[in-house]
Ligand binder design. Structure first.
Ligand SMILES: Cc1cc2nc3c(=O)[nH]c(=O)nc-3n(C[C@H](O)[C@H](O)[C@H](O)COP(=O)(O)OP(=O)(O)OC[C@H]3O[C@@H](n4cnc5c(N)ncnc54)[C@H](O)[C@@H]3O)c2cc1C
Length: 406
């Protein structure tokens, strides 16, 4: 975008000076007109356009620059950030590679993983090929052993600028969200966070990034037509990980990249890694989740949910209403602002099934819903529905399961 004052239209009335919230406009004498005209200080101007309606003489104009004139044709291939923690690649990387394989087939391009770490990370590389990577960019440096925003951003941005991928996918984890935003700014790309679907436009061959918008009431498909790479984050468990069954060549395609890390990137030092409580509530890896909602009626009734989860060997989930009410910690929350889960069995107990909850659990293999309202929306996604009082049904289920195991 650019802003311009038309000298022949400006009368020097100063209305725009008063309208500008950023004090970016002053009246200055122009030699050619020998009178005072509006001059915009481009360092102060934010292009907010407050001055445009204030000018009665249409003397100021903001113009969108022609983005499409940029040549982006040399950006090729799909990259997936292979997030590792304590030297172990996280499942979200395999999920993204599995989905990336389909996108790469549609674009007829290579799929690559980007792995950062120190020398010890070598042992993990093979896993990336197992899940479909055609190539691995290995960014090795002692300062990349554990994640820190600045060295990781520096290293990966350098690799992007050198190798120019067309698409770059990251997990919407704490690490992925932090890194993706910084990288997008560094390389001048757009970023769609928390996508729930990715596809390739069959005609334009660009990435269609779908995510809930307006509080989950609509699904928006976002494109980035003029900037590369097209960047998106996807939450863990949105896509399923599937091993690549194609025969492997003997020579693995590993591109070693030695990033230059500057001293100013090392201002944060890791003294100790302390795992937070959420690591213990491993909802995203659980095969069975029993979740409680406001229908439990009282925080003490979460004990019924815990009992059933225990007998099934599962984890305890929760709706946001119960988290907001302080019945259970936020680490248990499933949904749009909680965790996305896809267990083999999801049991929703006294949960209405509002869209913000459903987006976090609807890809579970089997959904069992217990609700006293037969019209509750949760029944629309449920494989099995039990209409009744959760306070009666939960102890019954737990008892029956305990008996069957004796
Ligand atoms: C931007 C935004 C983000 C959000 N993010 C999330 C999110 O991440 N996760 C999430 O869960 N919500 C989220 N919400 C809130 C969401 O809209 C709902 O308000 C919330 O999911 C409702 O929780 P609930 O189903 O437990 O409670 P309620 O809506 O109160 O439903 C309780 C259900 O229990 C049933 N019931 C009552 N008594 C019994 C009984 N004795 N036996 C059986 N059934 C009974 C009722 O029929 C009802 O269906 C978000 C909202 C917004 C606006």
């Amino acid at each position: 975008m650019s802003i311009k004052v038309f000298a022949e239209k400006c009368t020097g009335c100063t209305l725009c000076v008063k309208a500008c919230p950023f004090a970016a406009i002053t009246m200055q004498e122009r030699p050619e007109s020998k009178r005072k005209l509006a001059v915009i200080d481009l360092d102060q101007c934010t292009l907010c356009s407050a001055c445009i309606p204030s000018c009665k003489f249409n003397a100021i104009e903001i113009k969108a620059e022609k983005e499409s004139s940029k040549d982006i044709s040399h950006f090729k291939g799909i990259w997936v950030f292979a997030e590792q923690r304590e030297g172990e690649i996280q499942p979200v990387a395999f999920e993204l590679l599995s989905e990336g394989k389909k996108l790469a087939a549609d674009l007829n391009c290579e799929l690559a993983a980007v792995l950062c770490g120190d020398e010890s990370i070598d042992k993990e590389i093979n896993k990336l090929f197992e899940y479909g990577a055609d190539k691995v960019y290995l960014l090795q440096h002692k300062e990349l052993k554990d994640y820190r925003s600045l060295p990781y951003t520096r290293a990966i941005a350098e690799a992007i600028q050198k190798h120019k991928p067309e698409i770059f996918l990251l997990g919407a984890t704490t690490m992925g969200r932090d890194l993706a935003a910084r990288l997008a700014i560094r390389v001048g790309a757009g970023l769609t966070a928390d996508c729930t679907g990715l596809s390739i436009d069959p005609v334009k061959k660009i990435l269609q990034q779908t995510r809930p918008a307006f509080g989950g009431n609509i699904m928006a498909t976002i494109i980035s037509p003029n900037h590369r790479p097209q960047m998106a984050t996807v939450r863990p468990k949105v896509f399923k990980k599937t091993k690549d069954l194609r025969p492997k060549t003997k020579d693995l395609n590993i591109i070693k990249f030695s990033p230059v890390i500057n001293p100013e990137d090392l201002i944060v030092k890791i003294l100790e890694v302390i795992k937070d409580e959420s690591a213990k509530v491993n909802l995203q890896e659980a095969e069975i989740i029993v979740s409680g909602g406001r229908g439990l009626g009282d925080p003490k009734n979460f004990k019924l949910v815990e009992d059933l989860a225990k007998v099934l060997g599962g984890a305890v989930g929760a709706s946001r209403a119960t988290v907001d009410a302080g019945w259970i910690s936020a680490h248990h929350q499933v949904g749009q602002t909680g965790k996305t889960v896809a267990p083999k069995i999801y049991i929703a107990c006294g949960i209405a099934g509002k869209i913000q909850h459903l987006v976090g659990m609807q890809s579970s293999d089997t959904i069992v819903a217990i609700n006293k309202d037969p019209d509750a929306p949760i029944f629309k996604v449920a494989t099995y529905g039990i209409v009744g009082d959760v306070l009666e049904i939960l102890p019954l289920l737990t008892r029956k399961l305990q008996e069957s195991r004796r």
